[in-house]
Design a protein around this ligand. Structure first.
Ligand SMILES: [Ca+2]
Ligand SMILES: [Ca+2]
Ligand SMILES: [Ca+2]
Length: 233
């Protein structure tokens, strides 16, 4: 009986939304409670993940790190706000309105990393041939806009031939994007297309005093193959 009540409430709400949209009236999306055994479910519409990738970003600019999930099974972005309730089971609230910030054309994987040094996470996402990058900008109205920084991220081999090569990543794989050598700039590790070994793409921002927006990084093929990369630092 309770299920029928919820369904009726849902369809009635949809009907109201349709009426309001026809008359251009501002409406508020109703909150429909999902109740199981007398208790309301915290995030009833934020689940059903198939292959989630987790990242942190302060979506509402309150100083607390919120949660961004990219589900690679259906290329869906989900956003959860950190409520700071000091209860680890209910820290996050699913709030879909922030999903509108994220580009609609992301597929296979998305990782949020701050490559600009402004503490606001940018996007590294799959594209044919490797990685595309979006730079995050906090707008005056406190929303976030992701602006395409590059359609395909390249690396430069400073120490050898000096040529440029795209940082190749398979659509079935995912790179590691972190400060691998702990020198304060962000490096990338990915499995090479040619030999299936892990390559370290070392950022040269610190070494060469590049501006923070410099995305060109150094290539150091990892001698340890897929399993160990401590030898290539
Ligand atoms: Ca926040
Ligand atoms: Ca940033
Ligand atoms: Ca580094």
């Amino acid at each position: 009986m309770r299920i029928y009540t919820l369904l009726l409430a849902f369809f009635f709400s949809c009907h109201l939304i349709q009426l309001n949209s026809q008359t251009n009236t501002i409406f508020r999306v109703p909150k429909i409670p999902f109740i199981v055994n007398g208790a309301e479910i915290e995030n009833p519409l934020g689940g059903n993940w198939g292959n989630p990738i987790f990242s942190q970003i302060d979506l509402n600019n309150d100083g607390l790190k919120d949660l961004y999930i990219f589900d690679r099974t259906n290329n869906r972005s989900l956003t959860f706000i950190n409520k700071n309730t000091n209860n680890p089971k209910t820290n996050y609230s699913y709030q879909y309105k922030y999903e509108a910030y994220f580009p609609k054309d992301i597929t296979n994987f998305a990782l949020l990393r701050d490559y600009t040094g402004d503490s606001l996470k940018d996007i590294f996402a799959y594209t044919s041939g490797g990685l595309k990058v979006y730079k995050a900008i906090r707008k005056p109205d406190n929303t976030i806009e992701f602006v395409k920084a590059t359609d395909l991220l390249f690396a430069e081999n400073f120490e050898n031939w000096g040529g440029m090569v795209n940082i190749w990543v398979s659509y079935t794989d995912m790179p590691a994007i972190a400060d691998i050598d702990r020198d304060g700039d962000m490096d990338i590790m990915a499995i090479s297309l040619l030999d299936n070994k892990v390559s370290l793409y070392k950022s040269m921002v610190k070494e060469k005093n590049f501006p923070w927006i410099h995305l060109i990084i150094n290539i150091k093929p990892c001698a340890g193959g897929n399993s160990a990369c401590s030898t290539c630092h």
